[in-house]
Design a protein. Structure first.
Length: 116
């Protein structure tokens, strides 16, 4: 059975506008972030987006670092301040091909001498 929460709208709205998240406010009032968002909308406040803004990495910069300068994906990710999976996703989105492997890896030796 749903319970009726007495959440003071003016305190809720002012705390949210001061920068507190719906998660923090939900903990304070012992309810879900969805309930907080609903009460904010009832108070005339549009909740902030809950997801991170997508990373904006220029295609030319990614092509240059990945294909021309042969940076590892982890180094590119650190350079842009994002995760390696974000760089991989951007590479696929832009249609940037996977680099060719090193010659010793193509032959299957991986730096080891062939056994005779």
């Amino acid at each position: 059975m749903p319970r009726n929460l007495l959440i003071p709208g003016d305190h809720l709205c002012s705390a949210y506008l001061a920068g507190q998240s719906t998660i923090v406010l939900a903990r304070r009032y012992s309810c879900s972030p969805t309930t907080i968002a609903k009460h904010l909308r009832l108070g005339g406040i549009t909740p902030r987006p809950s997801r991170f803004a997508p990373a904006q990495i220029e295609e030319t910069a990614l092509r240059r670092l990945y294909l021309d300068e042969c940076w590892p994906i982890t180094a590119i990710a650190a350079h842009f301040g994002v995760s390696a999976s974000t760089i991989g996703n951007q590479r696929r989105r832009y249609g940037i091909p996977i680099r060719a492997r090193h010659k010793d890896k193509e032959q299957g030796s991986y730096g080891e001498e062939e056994k005779r």
